[in-house]
Write a protein that binds this ligand. Structure first.
Ligand code: ADP
Length: 479
C-alpha cells in the first residue's frame, strides 16, 4: 500500500470536509509497473455529486474579490512547487511515467496557476465602449459563469486539472471535480494542497467513482452551466448529447492523431531529437504526441536510421527506477491497442526497426518501436495510438503531405520541420490542427490557447481564451 505525507486522507472532498462514499464502498488503485495495490478510494456516485453541486452553489453566493483569488492561485502554485517531488512520486506510482517526468508535470501544472495569477486582472478587466448609442454609456463585465464541472483523464493527472481549475478559481467559479478512476490519488494530493489554502466552503469539491453517475449528475444539473472535459471523443460526444437538456456550455479537449512532417531540407538531428521528446513522453500516451510521421523521400532512410539509433537506446521500466525513459502503458486495453496496431502494420508490409515485439501481455511495458514502409491505410495512421509506436510514412511533395495530414477527422496537434519558414507557415495554414509547432516538438504552454478542431473538440485551454471560457459577459447600458 502507498504511504505518502501528501495522502493523510483517502477520501473525496465536499464543502471543505474529507468524505467517503455514502455506500461505504471503495475501488482499488494499482501501480501499472508492478501491479501493486496502492490504495482503495471511495466509490462515489449520484448522491455525493448532488451534494457537491449544492455546496458549490452555496459558495457562488460569496465570490471573493480579485486580489483574494489571485492570492489563492499564487499559494497553490507555491505549494505545488514545494511538494513537487512527493506529488511526482504519487503520480509516477499510479500512472507509471518516470518520476522526473512526473515532477516536470507538476511544474507544468504550477505554470497555469502562475500564468492566471499574473494575468487574470487584465483579462477580466471590464471594458467601456467608446460609442454611446441610445444615450447610454456601455460597459462589458466578466461574471463567473457559475458552478463548473471539471472532468479529467488519467494521462496527465495533475496538468489536466490545473488547466481547468486555475482559470475556474481566477474567474470565481466553484467547481465539482472528477478525476479518472485509474489516477485518483494525484487528485487527492492536489486537494491536500487546496485544503491548505484558505478557500471558502464549497469552492472546490472532489468526487470520484462511477463516471456515468457523476457525469450524469453534473450534466443533468441546471446549477452547472459549464462542464469542461478532457478525454476521448466518444465520451465528448455523449456529453454533447446530454448538454442539450440544460443548454449547458461545454469545453472539450478530445482525441488527436498528430502528423509530424519532416521535409528534406530540415535539420534532421533536431527533428529526431524533437520527435523522441514529443513521442515518448508518457510512453506516447498523450493527445499531442506524434501519431504519424511523414518524411520526404530524399531523407527517408537517413531519418529512419537516425531515429532507430536513438529510439533503441531508450530504457523501458518502472518509473521509480533511475534511468527509466518510458514507463509502462496504463492498462491492458492500452497495451493491446498498440500491439494490435503494430501487428496490423506488419501484416500490411511495414518493417520493424526497433523494439522487440512483445509476444503476449506479461507486464505493461512496451518498447519504443519504430516501423518503416508505413502507409495511410494502416490502423496506426488512422487511429490514435496512445503508445510508443512510430510509423514512418514516406511522401514526395508538399501537396501530398498536406492531404495525408488532413486525412483524419481529428485536429489537435501537428508538427512541421523544414529550413524554409515560408513553407512551414504555408503548410500550417492549410492543415486543420489547433496547434502547429514549427521546427519544434513542443506541446501547449500556459500563456497560449490550446485546443482542437473538428472531432478533437471545442474551446481552448490556456491563455486569455482559457479564462474567458469560465465567464459570462454582462453588458451594462447606463443612462
Ligand atoms: P481516457 O480513457 O483517455 O481517460 P475517457 O474519455 O474514457 O478517456 O475518460 C476521461 C474522463 O471522463 C475520465 O475521468 C472518465 O472517468 C470520464 N468519463 C468516462 N465516461 C464518462 C461519461 N459518460 N460521463 C462523464 N464522464 C465520463
Amino acid at each position: 500500500m502507498l504511504q505518502s505525507t501528501m495522502l493523510p486522507h483517502l477520501k473525496g472532498y465536499i464543502n471543505n470536509q474529507w468524505v467517503g462514499a455514502k455506500s461505504g464502498t471503495t475501488f482499488a488503485v494499482h501501480n501499472p509497473a508492478t501491479n501493486e495495490h496502492l490504495a482503495d478510494v471511495p466509490a462515489m456516485g449520484t448522491a455525493e455529486t448532488k451534494q457537491a453541486i449544492a455546496a458549490a452553489k452555496a459558495a457562488l453566493g460569496q465570490v471573493a474579490d480579485i486580489a483574494t483569488r489571485k492570492q489563492w492561485l499564487l499559494d497553490i502554485r507555491d505549494n505545488l512547487l514545494a511538494e513537487r517531488e512527493e506529488i511526482g512520486r504519487v503520480l509516477c506510482l499510479e500512472h507509471g511515467k518516470p518520476w522526473p517526468e512526473a515532477q516536470g508535470e507538476v511544474d507544468y501544472a504550477a505554470s497555469f496557476f502562475d500564468y492566471y495569477a499574473n494575468n487574470m486582472e487584465s483579462i477580466l478587466a471590464p471594458e467601456t465602449l467608446p460609442e454611446t448609442p441610445k444615450d447610454c454609456q456601455w460597459s462589458v463585465h466578466h461574471r463567473p459563469i457559475g458552478v463548473v464541472g471539471l472532468i479529467t483523464p488519467w494521462n496527465f493527472p495533475i496538468a489536466m486539472i490545473a488547466k481547468k481549475l486555475a482559470p475556474a478559481l481566477a474567474a470565481g467559479c466553484p467547481s465539482v471535480i472528477k478525476p479518472a478512476s485509474l489516477t485518483p490519488l494525484t487528485m487527492i494530493v492536489l486537494f491536500q494542497v487546496l485544503d491548505s489554502v484558505d478557500l471558502p466552503q464549497g469552492m472546490v469539491n472532489l468526487v470520484m467513482g462511477s463516471a456515468k453517475e457523476i457525469g450524469g449528475a453534473l450534466m443533468e444539473s441546471d446549477d452547472v452551466p459549464l462542464v469542461t472535459f478532457t478525454g476521448s471523443t466518444e465520451v465528448g460526444q455523449t456529453l454533447m448529447n446530454q448538454a442539450a437538456k440544460t443548454v449547458k456550455r461545454l469545453d472539450l479537449e478530445l482525441g488527436g492523431n498528430a502528423p509530424f512532417i519532416v521535409f528534406a531540407d530540415a535539420d534532421l538531428d533536431n527533428a529526431v531529437s524533437q520527435l523522441i521528446g514529443n513521442k515518448f513522453r508518457g510512453s506516447g500516451q498523450t493527445c499531442v504526441c506524434a501519431n504519424r510521421v511523414y518524411v520526404q523521400q530524399e531523407v527517408y532512410q537517413e531519418f529512419a536510421d537516425l531515429l532507430a539509433e536513438k529510439a533503441s537506446q531508450l530504457t523501458v521500466g518502472d518509473g521509480m527506477e533511475e534511468g527509466t525513459d518510458l514507463g509502462p502503458l496504463v492498462d491492458e486495453d492500452g497495451f493491446n491497442k498498440v500491439k494490435h496496431q503494430l501487428e496490423d502494420a506488419l501484416a500490411k508490409g511495414a518493417k520493424q526497426l526497433t523494439g522487440k515485439a512483445p509476444e503476449q501481455l506479461e507486464a505493461l511495458f512496451f518498447p519504443a518501436t519504430v516501423i518503416i514502409n508505413a502507409s495511410q491505410d494502416m490502423l496506426c495512421a488512422q487511429e490514435e495510438t496512445f503508445g510508443p509506436l512510430v510509423p514512418l510514412i514516406p511522401f514526395s511533395t508538399e501537396d501530398e503531405v498536406i492531404s495525408y495530414a488532413n486525412d483524419t477527422e481529428f485536429g489537435l496537434a501537428s508538427y512541421v520541420f523544414s529550413a524554409d519558414k515560408d513553407k512551414c507557415h504555408r503548410v500550417a495554414q492549410q492543415i486543420h490542427f489547433g496547434h502547429c509547432a514549427i521546427n519544434s516538438g513542443t506541446g501547449p504552454a500556459a500563456p497560449a490557447p490550446f485546443g482542437g478542431m473538428l472531432h478533437s473538440g471545442m474551446g481552448r485551454e490556456g491563455g486569455k481564451q482559457g479564462l474567458l471560457a469560465y465567464v459570462e459577459l454582462q453588458t451594462i447600458a447606463e443612462a
